[in-house]
Design a protein. Structure first.
Length: 589
């Protein structure tokens, strides 16, 4: 019998159907406190449309304490637990079940691994509908997304909408307030409200906004207050008024001006106001510092060199630099210098004159096409020395010479270059020009690899998981703790690009309504999780790992001398030896 569970919304069992010609292998996740009908009927929660399974074959009840009961519902071919046919039987632990000729495994889930760690925003209701159809006689309608479910950045849909539109709408002039009011009313009209009124206590009866359908003459179903404003609701959303607080705050901010011009800073004449674009979400201090510094440098015109391993997000940073610069409204073009041989690379960069080769027409290069904007040269360290000299000339003269041409063409381009190579070492080897390096590296930005900012793995995994669900059209409750633990433990030599591909392939393996678990990840990622260690994503697990690393490093630095290691660690002798025993470490003393 499984241990009692604190959260009955998480699955306790997984019923894995072994499959036959009619029913593919698939999994059903069973939650505590629920009863599931197994059968071939369309209204069965666990539908097995195959011969030998009755329309209502059996029911599986998962008790609140995590135990289970299976009961045959008068099926023709019987319900089996192991090798015995049963009418009603208790289930404890993993069992082999049979419904007629169809065999299944009932697997007890480890709550530390199977519990949902990251829910898929707006997809929970869809996922549950995929394997919990409406009961017999019920009306099957389109699933309603759960807007209160937190996204990977911890914000509901309304909050994200509010934060996105608020700063934009505040910048409108008086004429734009009317547009803002229309936008707010349209947003509110999308909610299941029969009618809503926003009234200021000081002006009793003055309706500022109303949204929804028929005008019903009855007392409000619910009321909420925000400051000196009173909000009255009619309709089914009334019991959930707290969820609307963010969007209502935006509504009041926009509508309470009542036609007055919002207060906004007015830039001086001839000065264009520009707010730096939001940096990608990150929990890593190094990444936040990087984007803050780069946003400041982007306001100028100096070239920027980005250092980072393959797949770490160099082009994302380059695009951010362009959007944070005065050139943001001009072209942003990118070229991978390692992807083309020297002749083709020069033609792409500088352009080519007509007649250089048979059938060749004149063509502008990327330096001309990006004039006024930003040119991003990725993997600049792989550029041939001859091409390096021509790029240096373009930087110095602000002119380009097309392949086969003699006349220079003026260009105005901001250079952003990137490489994963050690350019100082390549300069010493003679394969990269030192003068070009100093031209490109007016400011150097280093992107830390993903293994140095593991706190971002969960954030990125959740973001890519939701995105891949949308692309694949798959419904899933979320990422399990076990899967997220393995993702956080893995070293990611391919960085963010490898993480994206891992999540994409895992999503494609999901059955409808199935959470993404350990079994969907590749073997190389699963192997990073030590299942014999304490449960992943717990504070104890991380503390033990940190203690082991610190003590091991101190012992290595002291040559195994316990006394010196104790001094380095700053702990007492008794604590040191107690930790050695707990962690299974040894000292040379």
């Amino acid at each position: 019998m499984a241990a009692p569970r604190k959260d009955s919304s998480e699955p306790v069992y997984c019923l894995r159907i072994l499959g036959n010609a009619d029913v593919p292998v698939r999994r059903f996740y069973l939650e505590a406190g629920r009863t599931y009908v197994v059968g071939s009927a369309s209204d069965a929660e666990i539908r097995l449309p195959t011969s030998g399974v009755s329309r209502r074959h059996a029911c599986l009840e998962v008790l609140d304490d995590g135990g289970g009961v299976i009961e045959d519902l008068g099926s023709r071919n019987g319900t089996w637990v192991g090798e015995r046919r049963v009418q009603r039987a208790a289930l404890a632990g993993t069992e082999r079940l049979s419904f007629g000729s169809l065999t299944a495994e009932l697997i007890v889930l480890d709550p530390t691994l199977a519990g949902i760690a990251i829910a898929s925003a707006g997809r929970v209701a869809d996922a549950r509908a995929a394997f919990h159809p409406p009961p017999a006689g019920g009306t099957a309608g389109p699933p309603v997304p759960d807007r209160t479910n937190p996204s990977t950045i911890g914000l509901s849909l309304e909050e994200r909408l509010t934060r996105s539109l608020g700063p934009l709408l505040r910048r409108h002039s008086a004429g734009g307030v009317a547009v803002a009011q229309e936008l707010v009313v349209a947003m509110l009209a999308e909610l299941p409200i029969e009618r809503m009124e926003i009234v200021h206590d000081g002006r009793e009866g003055a309706v500022v906004a109303a949204a929804g359908g028929s005008e019903v003459e009855r007392p409000a179903d619910s009321e909420a207050t925000l400051g000196s404003w009173r909000i009255c609701f009619w309709g089914p959303i009334a019991p959930r008024t707290a969820q609307l607080r963010p969007i209502l705050e935006l509504a009041l901010e926009m509508l309470s001006v009542d036609g007055a011009e919002p207060v906004a800073a007015t830039p001086e004449a001839g000065v264009t106001e520009h707010v730096a674009p939001p940096a990608p979400a990150s929990l890593a201090p190094a990444m936040r510092r990087l984007y803050r510094r780069v946003a400041k440098v982007a306001r100028g015109q100096v070239p920027i060199l980005i250092h980072g391993e393959s797949g770490s997000g160099k082009e994302v940073l380059a695009s951010f630099i362009h959007r944070a610069s005065p050139r943001r409204d001009e072209p942003f073009l990118a070229l991978n210098c390692a992807a083309l041989p020297r002749e083709l690379l020069e033609a792409e960069l500088f352009g080519i004159e007509r007649g250089v080769a048979t059938g060749v027409d004149a063509r502008r290069g990327l330096l001309q096409q990006a004039s006024g904007g930003t040119l991003f040269l990725d993997e600049i360290g792989d550029m041939a020395p001859e091409t390096q000299a021509k790029v240096l000339r373009a930087l110095g003269e602000r002119k380009v010479y097309r392949v086969g041409g003699r006349a220079g063409v003026g260009v105005d381009v901001r250079f952003v270059a990137a490489t994963h190579r050690n350019l100082e070492q390549r300069i010493e080897e003679g394969s990269f020009r030192q003068d070009l390096y100093h031209r490109l590296a007016a400011h150097v930005a280093r992107i830390p690899p993903l293994r140095e900012r593991r706190e971002d793995v969960a954030l990125l995994a959740g973001h890519f998981f939701v995105r891949e669900l949308e692309r694949a059209g798959v419904a899933s409750p979320g990422l399990t703790r076990g899967a997220l633990g393995a993702l956080c433990e893995y070293a990611w030599p391919g960085n963010v690009r490898e993480l994206i591909l891992e999540i994409a392939q895992a999503v494609l393996l999901l059955d409808p309504g199935e959470p993404l678990g350990l079994e969907h990840l590749s073997e190389r990622v699963r192997s990073a999780l030590d299942l014999d260690a304490p449960p992943p994503l717990t504070l104890d697990a991380h503390l033990r790992r940190a203690e082991r690393q610190a003590i091991s490093a101190a012992l290595a630095a002291s040559g195994g001398d316990a006394a010196r290691a104790i001094d380095q660690l700053g702990v007492s002798r008794s604590t040191f030896y107690r930790k050695l025993k707990e962690l299974g470490l040894e000292t040379g003393d």
